[in-house]
Design a protein around this ligand. Structure first.
Ligand SMILES: *[C@@H]1O[C@H](CO)[C@@H](O)[C@H](O)[C@H]1NC(C)=O
Ligand SMILES: *[C@@H]1O[C@H](CO)[C@@H](O)[C@H](O)[C@H]1NC(C)=O
Ligand SMILES: *[C@@H]1O[C@H](CO)[C@@H](O)[C@H](O)[C@H]1NC(C)=O
Ligand SMILES: *[C@@H]1O[C@H](CO)[C@@H](O)[C@H](O)[C@H]1NC(C)=O
Ligand SMILES: *[C@@H]1O[C@H](CO)[C@@H](O)[C@H](O)[C@H]1NC(C)=O
Ligand SMILES: *[C@@H]1O[C@H](CO)[C@@H](O)[C@H](O)[C@H]1NC(C)=O
Ligand SMILES: *[C@@H]1O[C@H](CO)[C@@H](O)[C@H](O)[C@H]1NC(C)=O
Ligand SMILES: *[C@@H]1O[C@H](CO)[C@@H](O)[C@H](O)[C@H]1NC(C)=O
Ligand SMILES: *[C@@H]1O[C@H](CO)[C@@H](O)[C@H](O)[C@H]1NC(C)=O
Ligand SMILES: *[C@@H]1O[C@H](CO)[C@@H](O)[C@H](O)[C@H]1NC(C)=O
Ligand SMILES: *[C@@H]1O[C@H](CO)[C@@H](O)[C@H](O)[C@H]1NC(C)=O
Length: 748
């Protein structure tokens, strides 16, 4: 844990910087515009400074987005494996640069930012495996690589399945089945009378973070962890070769989900600092949140051999999966099964950790009127294997957006009001490294100037409906865009209508609307929202939940995530990719070109109410009352926020009605909108959690769906009686909401 010394200093710096800018702004307001001046004979900027979003240009952008071009992009991007820092990744760095520097369709400029990222790779000379051994003889070994089922998955660079950051070692012991490897799962085994000391635990993906399965197991004395994907969780129960890829989109029995076994994000050796040559690096032994014990993922074909031969009591019904047997928990193998009942399981891990140069590729379009205001759009570039869906479906979309914008730019038809920055992030799969290092390197500048961050990682999980996540101000701009894009599923409806059919909620203010999800920390938006407090959103097409309950698209992080898989099963025709490109591009243009930022600050009010209401009822409220803790100050703060937001929106309406609103007044309200999200930051709120400074969206472990700090402190207090932490976190929330209200109130 690196503490917050530096980040606190940086925040003070930002506050001072903001004050200075404001002062300069006021001075300019007094002296820059001569009184009584009209349009005639006025300087040129008077004609352009009030320019608003051009709807016909927006339409022309959407018309030019071609599904065929996205398909071509995807074919090029997924042609060879491109795991972070490998040759395939470096080839794509060149591809991105050449596209963004193209004289006909490129951006104003593009460049490469390099960081020395701490990564982890298997040893090609000593492949990892999970084996069954008796005495010194080998009885069974899991496969070293996935079965070759289609031509386009073969390549010498396909990395064998492994758990990135799991330490090397060859622990051996009796096998137990530990469900999802949650702390409660291991506890359940102990409650069943099983001694976990020295065992090897086999766990299925889901329920707990990848690294947590090993971190939790080690606390119970487990010596090694095996992780597999259960067909119940990913294949709607389908487990045979006949029913899986290449015959359907389901995961073949040999498929293995790779992944980073890392609970935090950003480069692990340089928390809070960009991973440059000059940067101080902590000791490897100081890293937290990675497996303390050897860990290895396997396919369900091999997991079946292990689980279906276990001895011991039956596993609880909630732990049963779709392998063809009743799951038992062990320890060890049953008599009369495939393996001698005395045999052990050994986890053989030979991973090596290395610092390697990883690049972000950055593309820029300079804004005409407000070049110092940034709209950011990004996706990572690195994959685990061919990565057709993750992440190339998103990169294929980003390249089509930049092609169309680049063309309009080079033809002199358009230049955005604000600057646009595109990021092709490196080493996301290892823990959001490229994007996090970028936010660390440009911490002050990005906090002072960024309007919003749009993330499109996997652009199409499935072809049924839009799925968007974001903070409440993003709702208005995403809705506006989604209403203008034709749904690929029907000839009449919009992406918005189709979205509302699939995922909706009843809003007390708007009635039935699509449900905008909340941002966790699953992709590169994490450091933008949690660390910098920049309004962020993530946009994709996704599943029809009436048709599949798959945890994620079945080929995720496996050798089967290929162009052929995407082309045949995820989005034949690429019309969903096209719909995402149009929607995300529409959002981008609205943010870059609208005179007044199209982010409705009032929408935060509904979310604050929702979080408040969870705390203000039932046991939660009763327990608070019993400890003399009142929610009244929070209620008052939220009331103040909603009033301030409504007044603020009225001021904007009036301003827009003016014949020629003062550019300084416009700039002032835009800055208030931009800085609203920043008002919810408190870098001292969660001293033990890297990067989580946003008081509304920080991660939490409690099940109570209220403010995260309050929820966790409450859950803890019910157990320990420490109600002072609840008082502290209530204060933190009240103070954040009051600050947010005060950001929106009339400035003087
Ligand atoms: C393992 O050793 C035990 C006794 O030490 C012996 O009974 C058994 O046959 C051995 N198994 C193998 C596969 O060698
Ligand atoms: C994988 O299978 C395809 C045919 O499906 C074949 O063309 C290719 O040579 C195979 N590759 C390897 C390494 O076996
Ligand atoms: C676990 O087993 C090891 C030997 O295998 C022993 O030294 C240790 O004391 C055991 N720990 C517990 C908590 O039983
Ligand atoms: C499931 O296992 C049983 C024997 O345990 C076998 O008869 C049956 O064919 C298996 N089913 C499948 C789908 O593999
Ligand atoms: C293990 O299997 C052998 C036969 O292979 C049997 O004699 C023995 O009783 C079994 N041990 C246990 C604990 O079930
Ligand atoms: C990364 O690249 C820089 C030059 O750009 C070089 O000085 C450094 O040694 C490289 N680091 C690694 C780990 O390759
Ligand atoms: C979605 O993909 C499936 C094939 O996986 C296809 O049958 C269906 O027509 C597609 N739907 C849309 C709306 O494109
Ligand atoms: C899903 O199924 C439910 C229940 O049958 C139905 O009400 C709903 O409209 C379906 N959703 C979609 C998007 O088809
Ligand atoms: C902004 O949000 C408020 C409440 O959330 C709503 O009443 C208002 O209509 C919205 N304004 C616009 C322009 O959408
Ligand atoms: C506090 O909450 C617990 C449940 O978490 C409940 O059992 C208990 O009755 C509550 N205490 C009060 C005073 O309401
Ligand atoms: C709550 O306040 C009342 C009245 O001030 C006092 O009698 C009581 O002891 C307090 N309870 C707690 C748990 O602090």
């Amino acid at each position: 844990m690196a503490g917050c010394g530096m980040s606190c200093l940086k925040i003070l710096g930002a506050v001072f910087g903001g004050g200075l800018l404001l002062t300069i702004g006021i001075l300019l307001g007094h002296f820059a515009i001569p009184k009584g001046e009209t349009g005639q004979g006025a300087p040129n900027w008077v004609k352009t400074v009030g320019r608003d979003l051009d709807e016909s240009l927006l339409q022309s952008f959407m018309d030019q987005v071609e599904s065929g071009k996205i398909r071509e992009n995807l074919k090029a991007l997924a042609a060879r494996p491109h795991m972070a820092t490998t040759e395939g990744d470096e080839e794509l760095v060149k591809l991105m640069l050449s596209r963004w520097q193209d004289p006909q369709t490129g951006l104003d400029s593009a460049s490469e930012d390099v960081y020395g990222a701490f990564l982890s790779f298997p040893d090609p000379q000593k492949p990892n495996s999970v084996t069954v051994v008796e005495n010194s003889s080998l009885i069974f070994s899991t496969r070293r690589s996935e079965k070759n089922v289609t031509a386009d998955q073969a390549h010498a660079d396909v990395v064998q399945p492994y758990a990135a950051y799991a330490p090397p070692g060859t622990p051996r012991g009796k096998l137990v089945y530990a469900n999802q490897g949650k702390r409660s799962d291991y506890q359940e085994l102990v409650n069943m009378g099983i001694d976990l000391n020295g065992t090897i635990a086999i766990t299925r993906y889901g329920g707990a973070g990848r690294a947590d399965k090993a971190v939790n197991g080690a606390e119970f004395g487990v010596a090694g962890v095996v992780v597999y994907t259960d067909p119940a969780d990913i294949n709607d129960g389908r487990a045979s070769e006949k029913e899986t890829y290449p015959n359907s989109w389901y995961l073949p029995p040999s498929g293995v989900e790779r992944g980073s076994y890392n609970g935090y994000f950003g480069d692990l050796l340089t928390p809070y600092y960009p991973a440059k040559d000059f940067t101080y690096r902590i000791k490897e032994s100081e890293i937290q949140g990675i497996p303390p014990i050897p860990t290895q993922p396997i396919g369900f074909e091999d997991a079946l051999m292990l689980i279906c031969n276990l001895d011991g009591p039956e596993a609880p019904s909630a732990w049963q999966g779709s392998l063809n047997c009743t799951y038992k928990v062990g320890p060890g193998f049953r008599t009369g099964g495939m393996f001698p009942n005395t045999s052990d399981v050994q986890v053989n891990v030979h991973n090596q950790r290395r610092i390697k140069n990883s690049s972000n590729v950055m593309g820029f379009i300079r804004g005409s009127e407000e070049p110092d205001r940034y709209v950011l759009y990004g996706n990572h570039r690195d994959s685990w294997v061919h990565g057709a869906i993750d992440p190339s479906s998103g990169t294929a979309v980003m390249l089509e957006i930049t092609r169309v914008l680049g063309k309009m730019l080079k033809e002199g038809k358009w230049r955005p009001r604000r600057s646009i920055i595109f990021g092709s992030w490196g080493a996301e799969e290892f823990g959001l490294i490229g994007s996090t290092e970028y936010t660390e390197e440009f911490y002050s500048k990005l906090r002072e100037r960024s309007v919003a961050y749009i993330n499109v990682d996997i652009s199409v999980f499935a072809n049924a409906t839009l799925r968007a996540q974001g903070t409440p101000p993003a709702q208005s701009v995403i809705f506006a865009a989604a209403k203008q894009v034709q749904s690929p599923a029907s000839s009449s409806g919009s992406v918005y209508d189709n979205w509302r059919n699939h995922f909706n909620r009843n809003s007390p203010i708007y009635g039935n609307i699509p449900n905008l999800g909340t941002l966790g920390a699953g992709s590169d938006y994490a450091s933008f929202i949690h660390y910098l407090g920049i309004t962020s959103m993530d946009i994709a097409y996704t599943y029809d939940r009436n048709k599949t309950s798959a945890r994620i698209y079945p080929a995720y992080h496996t050798a089967f995530d290929t162009f052929d898989y995407a082309d045949r099963f995820i989005d034949p025709g690429f019309t969903s990719h096209q719909a995402v490109a149009r929607t995300a591009g529409n959002v981008l243009l609205r943010l870059a070109d609208s005179l007044v930022l199209p982010l409705n600050v009032s929408d935060y009010g509904e979310k604050l109410d929702e979080l408040y209401n969870v705390a203000a009822q039932g046991d939660f409220l009763a327990n608070l009352s019993a400890s003399n803790i009142s929610l009244d100050p929070l209620k008052a703060a939220i009331g103040r926020f909603k009033l301030a937001a409504a007044d603020f929106n009225q001021r904007i309406t009036k301003l827009k009605e003016e014949e020629s609103p003062s550019p300084l007044q416009i700039r002032m309200v835009n800055d208030q909108i931009m800085l609203l999200e920043r008002a919810f930051l408190n870098p001292l709120a969660f001293p033990n959690k890297y990067y989580y400074s946003h008081v509304i969206w920080a991660s939490k472990s409690s099940n109570h769906a209220t403010f995260p700090g309050l929820a966790d402190a409450y859950t803890n207090a019910v157990k320990t009686g420490d109600w002072d932490q609840v008082r502290k976190h209530l204060t933190i929330v009240v103070q954040a909401v009051e600050s947010a209200a005060s950001t929106l109130e009339a400035v003087a």
